[in-house]
Design a protein around this ligand. Structure first.
Ligand code: NAD
Ligand code: TDX
Length: 370
């Protein structure tokens, strides 16, 4: 029986990780604690979790009580630090979100991707293997390492077909190659050492707290600011979009009920050509922000294509639906409207993450806690 009581969340200050921590604390069945290990790269922002810190962090609990939320600024490649966290807090679960995650950045500078995504994942797996040894010599059975991965490891589809859990890996960008390597290491630790492990490969996420370099927040903000809307190539590349809360519910479902050693695909069953998505987004932003639709359409600008740009991703998530009973809850229009409203209401957040000004905010609000 999995304990799921002291959960090391890596990358918990990023987009999906911070949404996961919010989502987890909102689940009545979760009574445990979260240790959030994040290096606070450009993509990590503690403002995302200010409410969680205030409610569950140090100082929120009656004196003497153990806080249910602990933030540690640090690098997943820092082995002594990771070992210390396992020992100090008695970590029984890892959910590993931390990564360099943006394809365009991986094309410009692959090294950080290899370091964090490959070496960092190896470090976490190896510390878990040592920390979770059972007295009998095997592995404890009440522990779990959940590795969060992407559909991009499967490569690029033509007009037909879907990625299933048995699709051969065929990564084509430095980002997806580094994620594929991390998946292989995670599976190897399960097969070789018996590390209790689940793994998920998810399609494109969108929602609050996403750094505005990814397609949907970038386009929303450029519309609000009257800037060009850059469409790569012919705009006909296809992605399968999923609201971030649906992803996180899937991750938690797998952590609770997934079979150790098994991989689960997570997807929106919601394929859109980039240009069609942008046209719909323009209609919704015009409505939500009361902007002139013709003016927004005039901002569409075709630009040079991304090198090696994968044509189509589409996920078959039948396994997750039939074996674990998960399903998507948020329709695309509903999710896009929520996302647009969130960016409209959080202009200061946008300013902070773009300028790095949130670092001053962190200095004022957090002591380095290691
Ligand atoms: P993100 O870039 O928004 O956040 C990554 C977080 O990891 C940041 O908080 C950053 O500070 C932290 N981090 C980076 N390097 C670190 C290091 N060396 N040590 C500790 N922390 C470090 O990413 P995201 O979009 O939230 O993605 C989270 C995970 O989900 C990634 O593993 C990604 O591959 C996967 N994923 C993302 C999507 C998507 O559409 N965004 C889809 C499928 C899978
Ligand atoms: O300005 C842009 N113009 C454009 O046409 C940007 C930023 C993107 N695009 C295109 C490229 C892709 O076809 O839009 C699509 C989506 O691009 P991204 O938001 O960069 O996402 P993608 O490359 O598909 O990867 C995302 O999904 C899988 C995440 O960034 C990954 O972390 C995740 O693993």
């Amino acid at each position: 029986m999995r304990s799921l009581s002291t959960i090391l969340v890596t990358g918990g200050a990023g987009f999906i990780g911070s949404n996961f921590i919010h989502w987890l604390f909102a689940q009545p069945e979760f009574t445990g604690r979260v240790i959030n290990l994040d290096a606070l790269t450009y993509a990590g922002n503690l403002e995302n979790l200010a409410d969680i810190e205030a409610r569950y962090g140090k100082g929120a609990e009656a004196s003497g009580a153990v806080p249910r939320y602990v933030f540690v600024q640090g690098d997943i490649c820092d082995r002594p630090l990771v070992e210390r966290l396992f020992a100090e807090y008695g970590v029984d679960t890892v959910v590993h979100f931390a990564a360099e995650s943006h394809v365009d950045r991986s094309i410009l500078g692959p090294e950080a991707f290899v370091r964090t995504n490959v070496l960092g994942t190896y470090t976490l797996l190896d510390v878990a293997r040592q920390a979770w040894r059972a007295p009998s010599g095997g592995m404890r059975e009440d522990v779990l390492f959940h590795h969060v991965s992407t559909d991009e490891v499967f490569g690029s589809l033509g007009e037909e077909g879907y990625f299933t859990e048995s699709t051969p890996y065929d990564p084509r960008s430095p980002y997806s190659a580094s994620k594929a390597a991390s998946d292989h290491l995670a599976k190897a630790y399960h097969h070789t050492y018996g590390l209790p492990l689940t793994l998920s490969n998810c399609s494109n996420n969108y929602g609050p707290y996403q750094f505005p370099e990814k397609l949907i927040p970038l386009m929303i903000l450029n519309m609000l600011e009257g800037k060009p809307l850059p469409v790569y190539g012919d705009g006909r590349n296809i992605r399968d979009w999923l609201y971030v809360e649906d992803h996180n519910e899937a991750v938690w479902t797998i952590m609770r009920n997934g079979q150790s050693g098994r991989t689960y695909n997570i997807g929106g069953e919601n394929e859109w050509e980039n240009i069609r998505l942008l046209e719909r987004l323009i209609e919704l932003v015009a409505e939500e922000a009361h902007l002139d639709i013709a003016r927004l359409r005039g901002l569409i600008t075709y630009v040079k294509d991304r090198p090696g740009h994968d044509r189509r991703y589409a996920i078959d998530c039948t396994r997750l639906k039939t074996e674990l009973g998960w399903r998507q809850r948020i329709s695309f229009d509903e999710g896009l409207r929520k996302t647009i409203r969130w960016y409209l209401d959080h202009r200061e957040w946008v300013e902070h993450v773009r300028s790095g000004a949130y670092r001053a905010w962190i200095e004022q609000n957090y002591a380095r806690r290691v």
